[in-house]
Design a protein around this ligand. Structure first.
Ligand SMILES: Nc1ncnc2c1ncn2[C@@H]1O[C@H](COP(=O)(O)OP(=O)(O)OP(=O)(O)O)[C@@H](O)[C@H]1O
Ligand SMILES: [Mg+2]
Length: 328
């Protein structure tokens, strides 16, 4: 079936985390909706704890034990992933969608060589063995620019640098030619030079394999490098979404403005990380009734404390959830 140019559609996703006492409910993702087109790169940006990783893990269906998707739809090629059985999800994760986790060491098993870990998905999902398997592995090592693959493949994760490991994780992620790649803060653990190299690599892989990509990041520099559009999250919700250039040049939500203002030189699309903005995000288990940003917002209205604002359309692809925006 052809689903046009939309690969992924997330509709009103809610993922909650239950406390051990069964009483405390953390609304980690609280009604998130967005689309991803084929070949498009979407950035998810926001402070720590805003629900970026939980959104990504919900799509992959690899949530921690205590977390549950309580409502919504995740349509991948038009099919709702939330209705799929575990076996089907394992197949999809192997063959059509993959994720690079924040910490490469979490994705890799210290007890196995990187070669055996790269071989695994190719054996299971592509049924490769012998020379075709060896060739594919060499090809992947070269795609992620790792020299002397024969030696490297025999090594264990602890014998490699962080940058090298992230490349290995990248090679595993693209090994079965997925349509969707989710990268959660793929460069956070790396030093700046290695970070830049990994971003180059991600860009090359995306363009050569025609991947659709979701990049989770704290870093507007990373978003500017890679993304067509960005989605800004605050307290489990999307507060603003739009083409990267428009978000940079004409941010409308006070939270997005604060994030951009916290970059040392906001006029440059260089690799800059977010500095903290004043106040702290709310406890997601005790959200206030209105807009969760209201207590920190410099342009708060009386109404903001009472009612959560709906989504207002600013331009065809630019939306923001803010009463100030609706008033303009
Ligand atoms: N395993 C877990 N158990 C309980 N609560 C969790 C767990 N993982 C995340 N949370 C909570 O869910 C909320 C959203 O977390 P999430 O990891 O999605 O944030 P994030 O935006 O990815 O933050 P960061 O930038 O720090 O990675 C937070 O309040 C967090 O405390
Ligand atoms: Mg995270």
């Amino acid at each position: 079936m052809n689903h046009g140019d939309t690969l992924l559609q997330v509709k009103d996703l809610k993922t909650h985390i239950l406390g051990r006492d069964g009483l405390r409910v953390t609304k980690a993702v609280d009604g998130v909706s967005f689309d991803l087109k084929r070949g498009e790169t979407l950035g998810i940006i926001g402070e720590s704890g805003s629900g970026k990783t939980m959104t990504a893990l919900s799509i992959m269906r690899i949530l921690p034990e205590a977390a549950r998707v309580i409502s919504g739809e995740i349509l991948f090629n038009g099919e709702n992933l939330l209705k799929k059985g575990d076996a089907e999800m394992r197949r999809l994760r192997g063959e059509q969608m993959s994720m690079i986790l924040q910490d490469p060491m979490v994705s890799l098993d210290p007890l196995f060589t990187v070669g055996s870990q790269l071989a695994e998905p190719l054996k299971v999902h592509r049924r490769l063995s012998g020379a075709p398997l060896a060739n594919r592995m060499t090809e992947l090592m070269s795609a992620v620019s790792i020299p002397s693959p024969e030696t490297r493949l025999k090594q264990y994760p602890h014998q490699m640098s962080g940058g090298m490991l992230q490349r290995i994780v990248g090679a595993i992620a693209i090994s079965c030619d997925p349509q969707l790649l989710i990268a959660d803060e793929p460069t956070t653990a790396l030093d700046p030079t290695v970070q830049a190299q990994f971003l180059d690599l991600l860009e090359t892989l995306r363009d050569s394999k025609h991947l659709s990509v979701i990049v989770v990041t704290h870093d507007f520099g990373v978003a500017a490098r890679l993304c067509d559009r960005v989605m800004v999250m605050y307290a489990g919700r999307v507060v603003e979404m739009g083409p990267i250039r428009e978000i940079f040049d004409h941010p409308r939500h006070p939270y997005t403005k604060a994030l951009l203002a916290s970059i040392p030189d906001a006029t440059e699309l260089g690799a800059r990380r977010l500095r903290s903005i004043e106040g702290s995000p709310p406890d997601l288990a005790m959200l206030p009734p209105g807009c969760p940003f209201a207590p920190r917002c410099p342009s708060v209205l009386e109404r903001c404390h009472r009612e959560y604002p709906g989504e207002f359309r600013i331009a065809s692809e630019h939306v923001a959830s803010c009463w100030q925006v609706s008033a303009q």
